[in-house]
Write a protein that binds this ligand. Structure first.
Ligand code: ADP
Ligand code: MG
Ligand code: MG
Length: 251
């Protein structure tokens, strides 16, 4: 049984249809990449999967770990083990990175974790991501640089170990060193083979060091092509032009 099973999903935002007939299955241990030109609907799919109330499902279903979550709140989906990294993460003054992550783990587990055990794990992961320990005691995303925000998301990914992680443009606007650390963190999450990944990107830098099982191309709210990791190379060579014309024929 897939971790995520999207069936004939249609969705809109602000009365505008964005996603059409999306079918996608992601199994445990798999890494899927979703690519496509700007405005194709990739982020919309991420928000719809996570249950952002601004986006309405107008058809189809989302099954997560065998359960229909189409009508469930974002909060419930997160507790069930779904994780979405945001293109623009929220700033929360007064809530430290450390407290935020510990609370999220406790919510998910439905129980208390000892501060000592938590700190040990947190420090290990901070070190892995080349982040100063003081970073964890700062207010979440407040005054963080773009790179620090992305690293904070990867830290959450490594600490929370969600069943499904959706990473939306986690690599955009980062310098080479930050991209390397982000992909190192994602690689570490992949190693577990216990979760599944949907990586949304329109650059391929983050993919260079990652294993990719499936690549999907979205154009105008449709998935117009699916292939293995080598589809990324075709996109690199040809751009989206050929996919766009294929999509025109579908219409
Ligand atoms: P991508 O992530 O592939 O660049 P998006 O999902 O962000 O694409 O956007 C898809 C389309 O939906 C675009 O035409 C965009 O303008 C529109 N859209 C996305 N979010 C909103 C919103 N909150 N209000 C109105 N239109 C939106
Ligand atoms: Mg975009
Ligand atoms: Mg986007």
């Amino acid at each position: 049984e897939p971790i995520l099973n999207i069936k004939q999903l249609n969705a809109r935002v602000e009365e505008k249809e964005i996603l059409y007939d999306i079918n996608l299955q992601i199994h445990k241990g798999e890494t899927h990449v979703l690519m496509g030109p700007n405005g194709a609907g990739k982020s919309t799919l991420g928000y719809v999967l996570m249950g952002n109330p601004k986006y309405q499902v107008t058809g189809g279903n989302i099954l997560f770990k065998g359960k229909d979550v189409t009508e469930e709140s974002a909060d419930k989906r997160a507790k069930d083990g779904m994780f979405l990294s945001f293109q623009e993460p929220l700033e929360v003054p007064g809530l430290t990175v450390s407290a935020f992550i510990r609370n999220a783990i406790q919510q998910k587990k439905g129980g208390y974790i000892k501060l000592w055990d938590f700190k040990k794990e947190l420090d290990k992961n901070l070190k892995f991501l080349d982040m100063d320990p003081s970073y964890a005691e700062r207010s979440l995303n407040v005054g963080f640089s773009g790179g620090e925000k992305k690293k904070a998301e990867i830290l959450q990914l490594m600490m929370l170990k969600p069943n499904l992680a959706i990473l939306d443009e986690t690599d955009s606007g980062l310098d080479v060193d930050a991209v390397r650390l982000v992909s190192k963190g994602v690689e570490e999450y992949q190693k577990d083979r216990d979760g599944a990944l949907l990586i949304i990107t329109h650059s391929t830098r983050i993919l260079e060091s990652l294993h990719v099982d499936y690549t999907h191309v979205m154009v105008n709210g449709h998935i117009v092509a699916t292939g293995d990791g080598s589809l990324v190379d075709r996109i690199n060579e040809e751009g989206y032009e050929s996919f766009v014309s294929e999509a025109e024929e579908v219409k």
